[in-house]
Design a protein around this ligand. Structure first.
Ligand SMILES: Cc1cc2nc3c(=O)[nH]c(=O)nc-3n(C[C@H](O)[C@H](O)[C@H](O)COP(=O)(O)OP(=O)(O)OC[C@H]3O[C@@H](n4cnc5c(N)ncnc54)[C@H](O)[C@@H]3O)c2cc1C
Length: 492
C-alpha cells in the first residue's frame, strides 16, 4: 500500500502550517497528489506557544480551532477545511517510523509507504523527560510536561484537581517560567527549582533576571536556586513530595517539568548531515540531500548576522520564517535566508523582546525598579567588537522594539559603552526619523520615560509569557547541572 506526492511536509506543527500557506500563496491550490502533511498529532497545525499561555487560563481558555496556524502572525486561520479546500492532504494521527532518503520514501505507523519528490522535514522537538537524565516519575498522574495538546490537557486537568495546592516546577527556563505564571493564575502555590544562579540563565543577565525573579516573588512564587530535585516520592500513582539535592523536602500536589527539548532528528540520523543537535541545512534550508529541506526547531541553519554561524533556534518566529523560506526555495527561489533571531515574552503585566545575539558585553539601561513602577521600562544592549550584537527591552512600544531590532540588524557602532548606558533607548529610538546613534549625543528618550506599554498581540493566548534561547541537550545538561542520580521513590 502506498501513495506518492510531489511535496511532503513531515510534521504537523507551526512550521508545517506556515509552509502550507506559503505553498498556496506561491503556487495556488495543490493538485491531487501534489502536497501532503503527515503528523502524529490528531489536529491540523496550530500555534504551539498558545499551549503555555491562553490554553492555561483559569476561565475561557483558548481552544482549537481558534489558534490553528497562521493566526499567530495575524494571518489566515488554517482549519482542516482550509487544507481540504486547497487540495492539501492532511494525514493526521500518523507517525512516520522510518525514512529512506535514498529511495525517497517514508513508512508510517499504519504500514503505508509514502514517497516524495521533495521532502520538508518539520518534526520539531520533544520535551526532555526526567528519564533522559536517568530519573523516573514521568508516568505519575500529577507530573506534567508541555509540548502538545495532550500534555496541555493533562496539565489543565491536574491543575483543576488541586485548587489552592502546591506545585513544584522543575526548571527555570521559558516553559518553567510560563507554567509558573499560569499556575499562579489558577491559584496554585508555586516553587520553582533549578540549579542555575538565576532564571533564564542562557539569555538573561543577572541584573535582568533579578527583576523578573522579584516580580515573580511579588506574585507569591518561591525560587529555590543552585540545587535540583533529586527524587520524587510517589504514593498511589501521584507525587507527594519532591526531595532536593540538599535534602529539603517540598510538598507537591503536582509537578511541572520544563527541562529543555531535543530536536526530532532520529529518522534521519546517518542519512543527513547533522549539526548543533539538528539537521544541518544551507541558506536555502536544503539539507545534505538536495531533495530534502528542514525547517523550524529541527533545522540548524547559517545565521548571516552571526557571520554565517550555524544555529538551531527553538522559537516560533524562526519556525515560521524558515518554513516560508524553504517553500520558496523548493519552488525555485534562490536567495539565502537572512534571519534576525527574535524571542519574546509576556508574563503577568510584563512584556519583553530580544533580538540578535547575547554575545559580548551587556550594557544595561533604564531602571528595573519594581518599587518605582510595577511595569518599568529597561533593557540591555550586547556590544561585541564595538557594535550592537543583541538587544533586550522590557515594556517597549512597537516603535521602540522596531528601533532596537534595527540597531541589531545594522550592527550600530558603539564608541563608548558608558555613553550607551547613559543614553539607553535614546541611542536607537527614532524621534525625528533618525536613530539616536545618528543624531549624535543629543540625549532624547531615556530608559524610563516615553513610550507606551508595548504593542498588544492580536490573540490573547500569545499574551502571557515567553521564550528563552534555544536549549540544546548538551547546553541544557550543563545549564541544569543535573549530575546527581535522579530516582523516583514509590510506596505503591
Ligand atoms: C508550550 C510551548 C510554548 C512555547 N512558547 C513560545 C513562545 O512564546 N515564543 C516562541 O518564540 N516560541 C515558543 N515555543 C517554541 C515554538 O512553539 C517552537 O519553536 C515551534 O513550535 C517550532 O515549530 P516546528 O514546526 O519546528 O515544531 P513543532 O511545532 O513542535 O511541530 C513538530 C510536529 O511534528 C510532529 N512529528 C514529529 N515527529 C513526527 C513523526 N515521526 N511522524 C509524524 N509527525 C511527527 C509533531 O507531533 C508536531 O506536530 C513554545 C513551545 C512550547 C512547547
Amino acid at each position: 500500500m502506498g501513495r506518492a506526492f510531489a511535496y511532503v511536509i513531515l510534521g504537523g506543527g507551526v512550521a508545517a502550517g506556515y509552509a502550507a500557506l506559503e505553498f498556496v500563496r506561491l503556487r495556488s491550490d495543490a493538485a491531487a497528489g501534489e502536497l501532503c502533511i503527515i503528523s502524529d498529532e490528531n489536529v491540523a497545525p496550530y500555534e504551539r506557544p498558545a499551549l503555555s499561555k491562553g490554553y492555561l487560563l483559569p476561565e475561557g481558555g483558548a481552544r482549537l480551532p481558534a489558534f490553528h496556524t497562521c493566526v499567530g502572525a495575524n494571518d489566515q486561520l488554517l482549519t482542516a477545511d482550509w487544507y481540504r479546500e486547497h487540495g492539501i492532504e492532511l494525514i493526521l494521527g500518523t507517525k512516520v517510523i522510518t525514512a529512506d532518503v535514498r529511495r525517497k520514501t517514508l513508512l508510517t505507523s499504519s504500514g503505508e509507504t509514502i514517497s516524495y519528490t521533495t521532502l520538508i522535514v518539520a518534526t520539531g522537538a520533544r520535551a526532555l523527560k526526567l528519564e533522559d537524565f536517568g530519573g523516573s516519575g514521568s508516568d505519575a498522574e500529577n507530573v506534567c510536561y508541555l509540548r502538545n495538546i495532550k500534555d496541555a490537557d493533562k496539565l489543565v486537568s491536574v491543575m483543576r484537581s488541586c485548587p489552592g495546592g502546591d506545585a513544584v516546577v522543575i526548571g527555570g527556563g521559558y516553559i518553567g517560567m510560563e507554567c509558573a505564571a499560569a499556575l499562579v493564575a489558577n491559584k496554585i502555590k508555586v516553587t520553582i527549582v533549578f540549579p542555575g544562579k538565576h532564571c533564564m540563565e542562557r539569555l538573561f543577565t543577572p541584573k535582568i533576571a533579578e527583576f523578573y525573579e522579584n516580580y515573580y516573588a511579588s506574585k507569591g512564587i518561591t525560587f529555590i536556586k543552585r540545587t535540583a530535585v533529586s527524587s520524587l516520592e510517589i504514593s498511589s500513582g501521584k507525587v507527594t513530595t519532591a526531595i532536593l539535592r540538599d535534602g529539603r523536602r517540598l510538598q507537591a500536589d503536582m509537578v511541572v517539568v520544563g527541562i529543555g527539548a531535543r530536536a526530532n532528528t532520529a529518522l534521519f540520523e546517518g542519512q543527513l548531515a547533522m549539526e548543533k543537535g539538528g539537521i544541518k541545512v544551507n541558506g536555502q534550508m536544503r539539507t545534505s540531500d538536495a531533495s530534502v529541506y528542514a525547517v523550524g526547531d529541527v533545522a540548524a541553519f547559517p545565521v548571516k548576522l552571526a557571520g554565517g554561524d550555524v544555529r538551531r533556534l527553538e522559537h516560533v518566529d524562526c519556525a515560521r520564517r524558515t518554513a516560508r523560506h524553504a517553500v520558496a526555495a523548493a519552488l525555485g527561489g534562490d536567495g539565502d535566508i537572512d534571519y534576525l533571531p527574535f524571542f519574546y515574552s509576556r508574563v503577568f503585566a510584563l512584556s519583553w523582546r530580544f533580538y540578535g545575539d547575547n554575545a559580548g558585553e551587556a550594557v544595561h539601561f533604564g531602571d528595573p525598579d519594581l518599587a518605582a513602577s510595577p511595569t518599568p521600562k529597561f533593557g540591555a544592549f550586547w556590544v561585541n567588537a564595538g557594535r550592537v550584537a543583541g538587544a533586550f527591552l522590557e515594556g517597549g512600544s512597537a516603535e521602540e522594539y522596531a528601533a532596537i531590532a534595527d540597531a541589531v540588524r545594522r550592527g550600530a557602532a558603539v564608541k563608548d559603552v558608558a555613553e550607551l548606558a547613559r543614553q539607553g533607548l535614546a541611542f536607537v529610538a527614532p524621534r525625528d526619523g533618525r536613530s539616536g546613534a545618528a543624531r549624535s549625543r543629543s540625549g532624547g528618550l531615556c530608559g524610563r520615560c516615553g513610550g507606551g506599554g508595548g504593542d498588544r498581540p492580536t490573540y490573547a493566548w500569545h499574551a502571557t509569557v515567553g521564550v528563552a534561547a534555544a536549549v540544546s541537550i548538551a547546553a541544557f545538561a550543563y545549564w541544569y547541572g543535573w549530575k546527581a542520580p535522579y530516582v523516583a521513590k514509590r510506596d505503591s
